[in-house]
Design a protein around this ligand. Structure first.
Ligand code: ADP
Ligand code: ZN
Length: 444
């Protein structure tokens, strides 16, 4: 009995001292880390030196944490301009790994890691997985792509660090993945939400009910935006508890998750410093207000980041978490500033469409958003799969359903949406990051 209660306490935190440190101490330590980082980059790296000099800032200007706003921003373009290794701050013989981003928004970018960088990446994941109850007893299937993409190897080393048994399936060959999941008693999985939905479908076609025929209990889903509505669909269809996992290759890779409370993503204060700014004015927004995330990596050696505008839209959550961790939390990412569609002058994020759509009980979680420009007007078409039991031969029933979805969309998005109902299984499926938006507009 005693042993059991001790192991439960150990399970709760990976590094309790750091994870539950009082705010005052966190601020003191973050300032110390920031000052050392900036002094080092100004002295040792031409890119950072020139950027700071152009803004007239010197390391001595950083006297408080708030002084971080005096520093210049960094952009994805800086990475491209300095490709491949001009932004590296360690010599190549100290670099033990490269990764290349998946290129969602253009030319892929290269990142590098020292041995210590790989260590804190796994440490971040170990804290995250522990906060969700994953440990030695678990078998973790990693169905993110392995290779240049950070997802597979990132989740892999994090799960190994907490002592879980890792099943490195990568993506693809879904039927085989389901067999292995059953044979090896997989309890947790990491993949994109769209791939997990695909897996649920393939399992169903094989006559496997994930809830009854496997012992899968937790899914760490990320690498692309998804909504609370999608979480509900996934949980109802599979019986697993789904957690949001976030990261990007410039930070290291996937590293941060929600805890068991599932109310925002914990960001370890000793690894990453977060700001949220208005994407247009670059002014900081108040806690709880949405804006663009700006990150500073406080202890990265090979490839640091200072005030990097990541384009992801979120907010810093002001209220403390019930789990007792004192690290800051950011809200679920609702999209990227460059994901936003402007439809007849109105801003629409794909996540708003997903959120509205998944409130409608007849629809499946597969959809495509197509934008055209017809006679100088934007036309948004939403193709939606309908559950087999909701499909009807009666034309008027189908027309009513289509109208109902169109009305809901209009009500919530303030934009007219043309809905096309599709048969279950007819829209594309995705193994890695999904591509659900096709923007065919041209502006000649
Ligand atoms: P690329 O920009 O080439 O796709 P990455 O593979 O590193 O590079 O992807 C990072 C991006 O993926 C993030 O900036 C974010 O837009 C998206 N992303 C990752 N995890 C999540 C998540 N849990 N929710 C929403 N978006 C996510
Ligand atoms: Zn928490």
């Amino acid at each position: 009995m005693k042993i059991f209660s001790v192991s439960v306490i150990n399970m709760a935190y990976w590094n309790k001292e750091i994870e539950c440190m009082p705010q005052e101490e966190i601020k003191k330590r973050q300032l110390d880390m920031l000052q050392k980082l900036i002094a080092h980059l100004y002295k040792d790296n031409k890119f950072y030196h020139d950027k700071m000099a152009a803004k007239g800032v010197v390391p001595e200007d950083i006297k408080t944490l708030e002084d971080i706003t005096k520093l210049p921003f960094m952009y994805k373009q800086d990475l491209r301009d300095n490709y491949p290794t001009k932004m590296f701050t360690e010599p190549i013989d100290k670099i033990v790994r490269f990764h290349v981003s998946s290129g969602t928004t253009g030319k892929p970018t290269l990142v590098g890691y020292t041995r210590n960088d790989l260590e804190f990446w796994s440490e971040a994941l170990a804290r995250s997985l522990t906060s969700c109850g994953v440990g030695e007893k678990d078998v973790m299937q990693v169905s993110y792509g392995y290779g240049l993409f950070t997802g597979g190897l990132g989740a892999h080393y994090g799960a190994e660090k907490v002592g879980a048994t890792v099943l490195p399936t990568g993506t693809g060959n879904t039927e085989r993945q389901i067999e292995l999941m059953q044979d090896l008693g997989v309890t947790a999985i990491a993949c994109t939400p769209s791939y997990f939905i695909h897996m649920i479908d393939v399992a169903k076609q094989k006559g496997v009910d994930i809830r009854k025929d496997t012992v899968l209990r937790r899914a760490f889903l990320g690498a692309e935006p998804w909504t609370e509505g999608m979480r509900k669909h996934i949980e109802e269809a599979s019986g697993v508890k789904a957690y949001d996992i976030y990261g990007m290759s410039e930070m290291a890779g996937p590293m941060y998750t929600e805890c068991e409370e599932r109310c925002g993503i914990h960001i370890p204060w000793d690894i990453m410093y977060c700001e949220v700014v208005d994407p247009e004015t670059d002014e900081p927004v108040a806690p709880g207000q949405k804006g663009e995330l700006v990150v500073t990596m406080l202890k990265k050696e090979a490839f640091p980041l200072v005030r990097y505008k990541v384009k992801d839209v979120t907010c810093i959550m002001p209220e403390p978490c019930k789990c007792g961790r004192t690290s800051p939390r950011i809200a679920r990412i609702t999209g990227r500033t460059d994901d936003m569609l402007i439809i007849r002058g109105i801003n629409v994020f794909p996540s708003q469409i997903e959120h509205t759509l998944l409130q409608i009980p007849e629809v499946e979680s597969h959809y495509m958003i197509i934008v055209d420009r017809i006679n100088a007007l934007d036309v948004l078409t939403l193709q939606v799969e309908i559950k087999p039991e909701a499909f009807s031969d009666k034309v008027n029933e189908m027309t009513d359903l289509k109208k109902r979805i169109e009305n809901e969309m209009k009500k919530y998005l303030n934009v007219a949406v043309k809905v096309e109902l599709k048969e279950s299984g007819s829209l594309p499926r995705f193994e890695g990051k999904s591509k659900r938006v096709i923007d065919r507009r041209t502006y000649e």
